[in-house]
Ligand binder design. Structure first.
Ligand code: BES
Ligand code: MN
Ligand code: MN
Length: 459
């Protein structure tokens, strides 16, 4: 193992240069004009997997963006890791808030700035380098490795579930490894054992055939922006509780064990509030901030659009209003059931004086695992060696819907070992990745394969 770690330490600077090339490809899955770029990133990924020594590397076309697959299966009798991640990235707007261009990766103060640096190109690249180090130094990996990378994670993994269901043999493994989450805090490495799910919708409200003079018509019709505001306002109590009928029916309550473990985490609500620039924290009554983010469901407005929003004033009665809304879900809420409940509730609270349409967008299941399992404990030892410190166990508020699918369709446990940081601006301007964490992460990943190799295979 020391040879492998020496190799990683010696090659530290080369990694940064290569990562910059990867980050330069604008693989924005949400925007049709970047379709070819997403494909280029898939090709770059595939070439890289071949370079580091994987076999049978290929692009698997889907109705959307390609999946990249590669494997190395010569560790006879050893467990098989299915490594999952995504090479697509979020859009970059608002562009003018970036200090350096999002696709010209720049190193400042030990951080590499670029779209995808943390979410998720930088973190999957960390594993490419861990694989490379083993292959270059030993000519082999200690475990069998299957790598599955998608280009549609940021748009709801539209085609991945079908691919998994159609390729159960190809993807058969013992454990899934994922690096696509932040660590708890700078200097506090962590392993994530729970993710929230998601149910996403668009609400359209129409009040008339066209925009109208607000003097001639105002007062005679229900303003759709106002009607939409009323619908949205009906979603939550003042104390943060969601009012959708049945919304909490399947929610698994926090255990006392979790509540007291989380109280021990180095988390300061006051500092959190100050860093976010929020006048005051706000959330469901009776729960701490970590509990609200990790273990409680929420309803959020993601975007709002209606009427005149340009400079100056325009006296207009808008014809339509639109909102994008989503709910983060926790075990055991089911996004399909929540969708039914949400639609029924909108129908119940919507004024009859406007026409309201709800469109379902993507959804995903929440996930939780018992962190006492062997694979998580193996990851814990790997992180301790890579970062010089034992990890804490946390849940996360974000969603990686495929983690549930791996469990459901392939019967696989997942280990979520992320090296991002909570302030690394994922999905926002000036996304970045700490290069120290990246480097320790390469070492920890290389050790993780070794640690997993020591676990006896399941029958
Ligand atoms: N890497 C994130 C998921 C994540 C975020 C995990 C924060 C842990 C903490 C992933 O790329 C992501 O953004 N997922 C989407 C899923 C959605 C598009 C279905 C999310 O959470 O909004
Ligand atoms: Mn991600
Ligand atoms: Mn993301």
């Amino acid at each position: 193992m020391n040879k492998v770690i020496d190799f990683i330490n010696t090659n530290r600077d080369r990694y940064i240069g290569e990562l910059k090339t990867y980050l330069a490809i604008p693989s924005i899955s949400a925007l049709p004009e970047h379709k070819d770029d997403v494909r280029r990133a898939a090709q770059w990924t595939a070439e890289e997997l071949t370079r580091v020594g994987l076999e049978h590397v290929r692009l698997e076309d889907t109705p959307g963006h390609p999946i990249v697959y590669g494997e190395w299966l010569h560790a006879e009798g050893a467990p098989t890791i299915l490594f999952y991640g995504h090479y697509d990235v979020q859009p970059v707007d608002p562009l003018d808030l970036w200090e350096t261009p999002p696709f010209e990766a720049t190193v400042r103060d030990g951080e590499i700035y670029a779209r995808g640096a943390a979410d998720d190109k930088g973190q999957i690249f960390m594993h490419f380098k861990a694989i490379e180090a083993h292959m270059k130094q030993n000519g082999r990996l200690p475990v069998n490795m299957k790598v599955l990378l998608e280009g549609e994670e940021e748009v709801g993994s539209e085609n991945l579930d079908d691919f998994i269901r159609a390729h159960k043999d190809l993807l058969a493994a013992d454990v899934v490894v994922i690096s696509d989450s932040p660590m708890f805090e700078r200097g506090v490495p962590s392993i994530c054992y729970g993710l929230r799910g998601l149910a996403y919708f668009q609400i359209d409200v129409r009040g008339s055939n066209s925009d109208l003079h607000s003097g001639s018509f105002g007062g005679a019709l229900h303003n759709p922006a106002m009607a939409l505001a009323q619908i949205l306002a009906a979603m939550k109590e003042k104390n943060g509780r969601v009012r959708i009928d049945g919304f909490y029916d399947d929610v698994v309550e926090l255990t006392e064990e979790e509540r007291s473990a989380w109280k021990q985490l180095p988390f300061n609500e006051k500092q959190y509030q100050r860093e976010l620039g929020a006048p005051k924290l706000h959330g469901e009554a009776g729960y701490s901030t970590l509990e609200r983010i990790w273990a409680r469901p929420t309803f959020e407005v993601n975007g709002l659009l209606s009427g005149f929003t340009g400079e100056g004033a325009k006296t207009v009665l808008p014809a339509v209003a639109m909102a994008k809304v989503s709910m983060r879900l926790v075990p055991n809420q089911d996004p399909d059931k929540i969708a039914e409940q949400f639609e029924a509730y909108v129908k119940k609270v919507a004024p009859k004086s406007v026409e309201v349409t709800v469109t379902r967008m993507h959804g995903g299941r929440p996930w939780i695992t018992d962190y006492h399992n062997d694979y998580v404990q193996a990851a814990s030892r790997a992180i301790e060696q890579g970062f010089g410190q034992k990890p804490v166990f946390n849940r996360e508020g974000g969603s990686i819907p495929v983690v549930f699918t791996f469990q459901q369709e392939l019967g696989l446990p997942s280990v979520l070992f992320g090296v991002g940081l909570p302030d690394e601006n994922a999905h926002a301007p000036n996304e970045k990745l700490d290069l120290g964490n990246f480097h320790n992460g390469v070492i920890a990943s290389a050790i993780l394969y070794e640690e997993i190799a020591r676990i006896a295979r399941r029958a």
